[in-house]
Design a protein around this ligand. Structure first.
Ligand code: DSN
Length: 442
């Protein structure tokens, strides 16, 4: 028989639903029993990647560790099924169970945010944004979003993205003096360019976003208003970031960052946009939904509706503050002087170090982060003058203020001695001890 899921190659017990939902067994069973036999090369690489995730500190602000149930569902039989359309309105037979899965995911997502309508099918955040644009804009219309170089996102109008190619994109940045969003300057720009859609949201902005101010600007110039909450979705659910829902016509987001679900996207909107948004996702830009991911989203939403999730989000922010405070007090310049959310940007110019050099030195010592441009960065995106640090994944492992203080000391040590093999080895040892104490659960 062909394939690792064939009955003949299944080790006893591995196909029971108990195993399916107990990701630890699924993971171990899968890699030790199925994949090892099926494809040793890929099995080895996946295990190496697991070791990397387990033995290093993951500080890329957009990454996280999902629960075992979320992982198990992504390896489930739901991946076998086409379900083009929406619950009770499919183009294929055999969707009776998947209809219920998707309806449950939609209902949980609406409950989490108190939204009028939700779509759980976007494959990623970029697709969520693309579908929102398709639902309310024509090619050539003006959109106004945050400049990528100031911390915005590719899909908010960058010239290399579809958003900058199909639409007339106007970009706002941050204040040259404070590096904060300057709402008066945004208002003036919006009055000048009269965008059809105003976009709030960022991927490297360490402060809270005032959605009401954005909404008021949009209304003043007759624009529709959307928020891209990909990074801060979990913080919003956890009530540690102001809520955009009352102010937005549309919201685009991802499920895998602070929300701690599977890799994917979602859309929220007012009911008046429901039909247009749904048909922009399918058949507008996507075909069949990834139903194994939709099911995993449903489970992640259930997890996010639990009281512990709020505590988790609070801890993410506390942890980020501890690291930011330590670095600020010890000779590092943080963009905007600190953080209110899950991430911070370290401006490395006073250290005569580029973001690329810093990220490489940190990774060598066991701390994985990404180089990132700072506002008005003189260096290009592959070199950069900054490094972005985030705490969602550390917090999922159970790390709190004490561990984050120790991590901040390690980061400072590496960034002060980026070429020292001795410092790198010393930090790597400390990282291993810490990671052993807070293992990744699979
Ligand atoms: N790549 C994501 C991030 O790291 O923020 C944004 O799409």
């Amino acid at each position: 028989m062909r394939g690792c899921l064939s009955a003949a190659s299944n080790p006893p017990g591995i196909r029971t639903s108990e195993h399916l939902f107990r990701g630890a067994y699924m993971y171990r069973g899968y890699f030790e029993n199925f994949l090892q036999k099926e494809d040793k090369k890929i099995a080895k690489l996946v295990n190496e990647e697991f070791k990397r995730q387990d033995t290093k500190l993951q500080m890329i602000a957009s990454e996280n560790y999902t629960s075992k149930a979320v992982m198990a569902l992504q390896g489930s039989v739901l991946t076998n099924k086409y379900a083009e359309g929406y619950p009770e309105k499919r183009f294929y037979q055999g969707c009776e169970y998947l209809d219920k899965v998707e309806a449950e995911a939609i209902s949980r997502l609406k409950k989490m945010f108190g939204a009028e309508h939700a779509n759980v099918q976007p494959h990623a955040g970029s697709q969520a944004n693309m579908a929102i644009y398709l639902s309310c804009l024509n090619p050539g219309d003006t959109i106004m979003g945050m400049d990528l170089a100031s911390g915005g996102h590719l899909t908010h109008g960058a010239s290399v993205s579809f958003s900058g190619k199909f639409f007339k994109a106007v970009s706002y940045g941050v204040s040259e003096y404070t590096n904060l969003l300057d709402y008066e300057a945004i208002r003036n720009l919006a009055k000048k360019h009269k965008p059809k859609l105003l976009i709030a949201g960022a991927s490297a902005y360490p402060r809270q976003i005032d959605f009401k101010k954005f909404h008021d600007i949009a209304k003043e110039v007759g624009a529709l208003f959307m928020a891209d909450i990909a990074h801060i979705a979990g913080l919003i659910v956890g009530k540690v970031h102001p809520d955009p829902v009352p102010y937005c016509d549309f919201i685009g987001g991802t499920t895998h960052k602070t929300l701690r679900g599977p890799r994917g996207g979602f859309i929220l909107c007012k009911s008046e946009w429901m039909k247009k948004v749904d048909s922009a996702v399918f058949p507008g830009i996507q075909g069949g939904p990834l139903m194994h991911v939709v099911a995993a989203k449903a489970v992640a939403f259930k997890e996010a509706l639990q009281p512990e999730f709020r505590e988790y989000q609070k801890q993410i922010v506390k942890n980020a503050k501890v690291i930011a405070d330590y670095l600020s007090k010890n000779g590092f310049n943080l963009v905007t002087g600190g953080t209110d959310n899950h991430l911070m940007l370290v401006d490395l110019r006073n250290k005569q170090l580029t973001g690329r050099e810093a990220a490489l030195a940190m990774d060598k010592a066991g701390i994985t982060a990404n180089k990132n441009r700072i506002p008005f960065d003189p260096l290009k995106a592959f070199e950069t003058s900054g490094v972005r640090l985030g705490t969602p994944a550390l917090t999922t492992r159970g790390m709190k203020e004490d561990q984050c203080l120790a991590i901040a000391e390690m980061i400072a040590d590496i960034l002060n001695h980026p070429t020292s093999a001795k410092v790198a080895a010393g930090v790597r040892k400390k990282v291993k001890v810490l990671c052993n104490k807070f293992p990744v659960e699979i």
